[in-house]
Design a binder for this molecule. Sequence first.
Ligand code: SF4
Length: 329
Amino acid sequence: MEKIKAIALFSGGLDSTLAMKLIIDQGIDVLAININTGFGSTKDRLEHMQSMCNQVGAELKIIDIESEFLQDVLFDPKHGYGKNFNPCIDCHAKMFTVAKRVMESEGASFLISGEVLGQRPMSQNRDAMQMVLDESNCDGLLLRPLSAKALAPTIAEINGWVDRDRLEEIVGRSRDRQLELVKEIGLENFESPGGGCLLTDENFAKKMFDFIKYDVFEVRDIPVMKYGRHLRLPDGAKLVVGRNKDENAHLQNIVNDKYCHIKIVALPGPHSLLSKNATKADKELAAKIILTYCKTKEGEVCTLASENEEFKATPFRSRDEIKPYAVMQ
Ligand code: SF4
């Protein structure tokens, strides 16, 4: 008989790893899918996710949905936003829709997630969880192994593919039972590196709200939003100035023809991006701002370079003069 297969929504965190382990231990193949909306912080995560999957015996697949996420979820969420630019209910529903699609194409029989009833009061209460299942037509298909015994039986339990008695009944925010399971399994290095979703970050939300006032947001704009100080100049140009070596390197690698790259000639300083359609006044102001972030002397005439042309400017006397243009410092 062919082995039953399940698709796990996998974040790389402890709960989704444990959820997979509980199912794999019942003889079921698990394919862990990590859905990339473009707004997760990916730094060091792939290695961590692979290590978690290896430890519990799941296969890992990254599914990129950036364009679908922008088109269907981010700018017109049916259930609105959370505290910042995070359309969490719609985003969850999209993830389940994608997971169901993968389930069908992989010939899998059901879905699992690491959600724990009552762990996050807003998104993981019974109503919010049910709403997400209704929206994505996944009702009955999704098994949450960590809270299964506190929830109604799902198709996998009803059909006897999974023994409900060997699942958990965790409810609430305490992590005690999860840590017991970690010990039982011998799971190592389970603390997930890096921050979570940028859309829940207050400063990132400010940048997004500012962006959409002036431009249509596209997938290629996502990397621009992740690095640097963001400023909006009086005629509408966007200026992004790197804050350190790491950000300068990331900004330098961005290929997006909405922006031109600006460098400082013969002086150490930040790498910057400026809207290609910036007016002359915005361009001159951008040059002064960029130089104000360098170690320049008052009134020092410096050279900047952009797209085969060089131009000269002087810095502001103080960074206070830049403040009115800052979207986020
Ligand atoms: S935090 Fe981000 S990734 Fe998570 S559900 Fe909300 S919008 Fe989606």
